[in-house]
Ligand binder design. Structure first.
Ligand code: ZN
Length: 482
């Protein structure tokens, strides 16, 4: 790849989380039985008129504002004409010469350096239906059939187009992660790639000098990792073609994740192939200053400013701030805990450690967990008071996580209170010393490690309930050390 410079542009399609479709009242639930969320409008039957969904426009404006775009006060829809079985009208309502927003950016971090990736435009369009192809290897009636489900037809899609100024697959990957996080903070989409709520196509070219090379378009990448792998493979392929004295052909290529290579799908169509024309059934959209300012005032705190607050105000390391601001739900959980227990680093350790561990183990989501931030804070207070040891606190937390019980309740029910009463501990320590003469002699002969064994024995005899610092202190006293 040496000697070539890379230009990558990304087109991200985001399914917006509206309750109804872009131009009709049909529901947008994922996974409904085929063709149950359809009506004459989204099926494109004659004599019907589309009506714009204001929520979809608001979601797009909010995204554009968060990405620093200019919002066009006047924008309009256009018909993009093409024929395909998943498109019953034979045209898609999209935006062409007057998109909703233009000229923004996404700030990304790659290897400690910060770069701004320029966004060219954001527009609103309707999704197409979904084709389900029969599996020829199966012995079913549908094996040679292709079926179409129009439930997705007309769901609002926001398309975010970057300038082709991304210079490596890693930058593309970071751009997507950062963009997805912003969209999740804005709550405009669930960004679920498996369900197709977030899809990305790339265009890519390489050049030796200043003149842009011929680009290819890359499709069929189903995760951010596949996008990074697909781009890497395509750069290698283009470099090989040029090194062999060949020419890059402008075309659409498909990424094959099994064969780890890209394959030609079709010649690239030009914009004029689609015969774009202004949509006659919809009035142009006028976006008033008041509407814009109202939406601007409702923007949530975005990941970058939250990250900055976590570092500067709470004094957390960069790494902690990265992890905790990964999703708005996690950042919220952390900040709510802080309200009840204002020790940021301790709370951060517990949220990043035990909380995330259990979340992963139980394969659940933050908004579904039974343990509340206040409950975690209450446990941390018990730990600070010395009622429980750190090891026990972790066990208690696991039970709280699974059952939703309070820390106090579990401590009392199970008799887990830490033994900090010196007299009862002294009795137990006497027994431990009697039973372990070798460890005692080793310790007296200067082997510090032997004390650990004695502490371990004491903890075992109290089922982990003894206060370890106190055991340490009492053992040393008993054995003549202060
Ligand atoms: Zn409909």
């Amino acid at each position: 790849m040496k000697g070539y410079r890379v230009n990558i542009g990304l087109e991200v399609h985001v399914e917006l989380q509206t309750e109804s479709k872009l131009f009709c009242n049909c529901a947008t639930c994922f996974g409904a039985p085929p063709n149950t969320q359809v009506c004459p409008v989204c099926l494109g039957l004659p004599g019907v008129l589309p009506v714009i969904n204001a929520k979809a426009v608001e979601f797009t404006i909010s995204t554009a504002l968060a990405l620093g775009c200019q919002i066009n006060s006047f924008c309009r829809f256009a018909r993009k004409n093409y024929y395909y079985p998943d498109l019953p009208k034979n045209y898609q309502i999209s935006q062409y010469d007057k998109p909703l927003a233009e000229n923004g950016w996404v700030e990304i971090k790659v290897k400690e350096s910060v770069r701004r990736i320029a966004i060219q435009r954001i527009h609103l369009e309707e999704d197409a239906g979904k084709l389900i192809h029969g599996d020829a290897s199966e012995n079913t009636q549908e094996r040679n059939l292709s079926l179409v489900d129009y439930n997705r037809t007309g769901i609002p899609l926001m398309e975010i187009v970057s300038h082709p100024r991304i210079t490596s697959p890693e930058e593309a990957y970071q751009y997507l992660i950062t963009l997805k996080r912003i969209l999740q903070y804005l709550k405009v989409s669930d960004c679920n790639m498996e369900e197709g709520s977030l899809r990305c196509d790339a265009n890519i070219s390489i050049r030796a000098g200043t003149e842009m090379g011929t680009k290819t378009e890359l499709k069929n990448m189903n995760s951010f990792k596949e996008i990074r792998d697909g781009l890497t493979a395509e750069i290698k392929r283009q470099s090989y073609v040029l090194n062999e004295g060949g020419e890059i052909i402008q075309e659409t290529r498909l990424w094959d994740s099994k064969r780890k290579a890209t394959f030609s799908m079709r010649g690239k169509e030009e914009a004029h192939d689609y015969r774009y024309l202004p949509e006659p059934d919809l009035l142009p959209l006028k976006i008033s200053r008041e509407w814009l300012e109202k939406l601007r005032s409702q923007l949530p705190e975005l990941p970058s400013s939250r990250h900055q607050k976590f570092v500067e105000e709470y004094g957390l390391p960069e790494y902690d701030a990265d992890v905790l601001t990964d999703s708005p739900e996690l950042a919220d959980f952390f900040e709510k805990c802080l309200k009840y227990y204002p020790y940021p680093k301790i709370v951060s350790n517990w949220v990043m450690g035990e909380f995330l561990r259990l979340l992963k183990k139980e394969a659940t989501f933050i908004n579904q967990v039974k343990v509340t931030p206040a409950a975690l804070a209450a446990l941390l207070k018990e730990l600070k008071k010395g009622t429980v040891s750190i090891g026990l606190a972790k066990e208690i937390f696991e039970e709280m996580f699974l059952s939703g019980k309070q820390a106090q309740e579990i401590i009392e029910q199970k008799g887990l209170k830490q033994i900090s009463d010196q007299d009862s501990l002294r009795d137990i320590i006497d027994q431990v010393i009697k039973k372990n003469p070798r460890a005692v002699n080793d310790f007296l002969a200067g082997k510090q490690r032997a004390l650990g064994a004695l502490i371990g024995q004491t903890m075992a005899m109290t089922q982990g309930r003894a206060n370890p610092q106190l055991v340490n202190q009492l053992l040393r006293e008993k054995l003549g050390f202060k």
